[in-house]
Ligand binder design. Sequence first.
Ligand code: SF4
Length: 305
Amino acid sequence: MTAESVIDTQGDQTAARTPVTVRASLSPSRAADFKTCPLLYRFRSIDRLPERPTIEQARGTLVHAVLERLFDLPAPTRTPESAGDLVAPQWDRLVTEEPELAELFAGDDAAGVEGFLRSAAALLEGYFAVEDPRRLEPAEREALISAVVDDELLIRGYLDRLDVAPDGALRVVDYKTGGAPREAFEARALFQLKFYALVLWRTRGVVPRVLRLLYLKDAEVCDYAPDAEELVRFERTVVALWRAIEQATARQDFRPRPSRLCDWCSHQSRCPSFGGTPPPFPVAAAAPDPLVDARSRPATPGADE
Ligand code: SF4
């Protein structure tokens, strides 16, 4: 890796803290890609092959947007009706910002979009079945958090929501909107949450008390309580993962690892496990810009983000 950046240890390039030199960055989604399937990582992070958004991903993006805006409203007005009222305007905003989303419904009549908006509203009902946002005041939403580990690796990503209790306890909340079987993605989801927990611990000195997955389709909550020893081990795993990525890049050797998640992969036609051939390894990939890819959505081979 050649690109380097001087950055403070909390990822804020303007803050006056002791700078360190980082030479690579890793987001939870990209790390999870490599863990899931090295070839998938290559397609996404090195070849940068485009992936057309799916309806499920678009619905996930929309529901995340509504839930983020919901907390802009005064607490007593955060009702299911208010959330429902946000659906169409947020969809309009997303389509304006990402016109390719509109292509999902190209050729459909208005009923297609209306049905889609109704399905998003149904997921929001799942949200209200498990939480009452009138009783919550999140500390952060859609926040980019980052930390440097191993003196040179910047780990960063966007968390959906961070709640801070009066006693300072942290709760990381991630909304899951996909219709894919939960068991196929739960390990990946937990990996991402531990990633955020590690960043928060390293930057704030506090191990989050709860990592919470909210499964909106099933209206279920999955809580996990990490501890410091576990996060130390997890940090070693992340660093080892990055070293494996560096090694694979140097060798131009990213192998497919077929699993259930292949059903949600956009790249089967190029994958040797499905009779395809990957494109030539990009020349520029010998020195990719490693300080990109913090964004965690859309990323999963599937619909859960
Ligand atoms: S189809 Fe499966 S094995 Fe092939 S790149 Fe995608 S996730 Fe990997």
